[in-house]
Write a protein of this length. Sequence first.
Length: 355
Amino acid sequence: MESIKTELLNARNPDEAAAAVPRAAALLREGKLVAFPTETVYGLGANATNPIAVARIFAAKGRPTFDPLIVHIADRSELPRVLSSSALSDPRVSALADAFWPGPLTIVAPASTAIPELVRAGLPSVGVRLPAHETARALIRAAGNPIAAPSANLFGQLSPTSAAHVAEQLSGRIDAIVAAEPSKVGVESTVVSLLPGEPARLLRPGGVPRELVERALAPFGPLLGPAAPSPSDAALPAPGMTASHYAPRARVRIIDPASPDLRNLSRVALLAPDDATLARLDQLAAGLTVVARAALSEQLDPVRAASQLFELLHQLDEALRVDGDAHDTILTTPYPEPGLGAAIADRLRRASAER
Ligand code: TXA
Ligand code: MG
């Protein structure tokens, strides 16, 4: 891919944002690619109603298949631009939007005809989300269109929770980066599908705990897991649903501290759910070369852990790198699954999957 100049647009305070947002919005209106902060992770945005602009997202990320993208809106009043009229009258859509927007929840529902096929990967439904991030919302408003945005990382690599992560992976491939503070939630949105005549399904655990989604949807029925893929779906893996998504360059191994598998390890970095488990990992790794160590939070705290997860994986990956090359293994333990813990456990499992 030909290298392009990536503008860095600082938006770390209201004055900077006041200058950065109109510039970034102008680029989006021209069909260009702009990375921007959200409360979950940084997104790589393009005008969702412009198929050429959307196609450039796939090229910049190196996504091997055209997977469906999440469309971002700034205000509930923009929902009719994204969803079909039948979706708008589904009471489950309103229940979830009332309960969790603005916030880290994506609703998958039948799409309006204004949303190009490429955004939906040919599906009749589209994912839509109203982020809880003022700069993101100001940018979407100023751009004047819904914004399609996957996480702003190269395909299969770690999701970015800071502008520095985005620059590392996408400088020279995108037109601008709006640089604000690190993302507070730290894991991607929870994705729930609400298809006509079907029960609600949790497609991806994320920033809104499953238990809360279940409660909001209780009047309408149960929340099921993802449908088992049929053989004909094989050509259309949902992004973030492929086993090895969210991978650092180093290998990741999840061990059971009670019966740890430490075979074929020499250099390791340790990542634990809390300080107590980190101390246990230290003991287990006594015979190995430990180059770095971190706990996701001091005491078990899934909210804090989620906000640290990708940043710490980036740091440990860097610590393991020698002469530009990644070596050996990030060693971790299973993250406890209630609440937001399910999203953390999911990302760690994917990071550890064979590539
Ligand atoms: O927090 C987030 O959701 C971030 C920020 C930037 O908003 N975005 C993000 O996008 O994570 P991406 O492209 O990395 O993940 C898209 C997710 C996938 O899990 C995909 O399966 C689901 O959204 N998705 C989107 N549209 C869908 C559709 N029509 N049907 C089924 N799943 C869909
Ligand atoms: Mg992603």
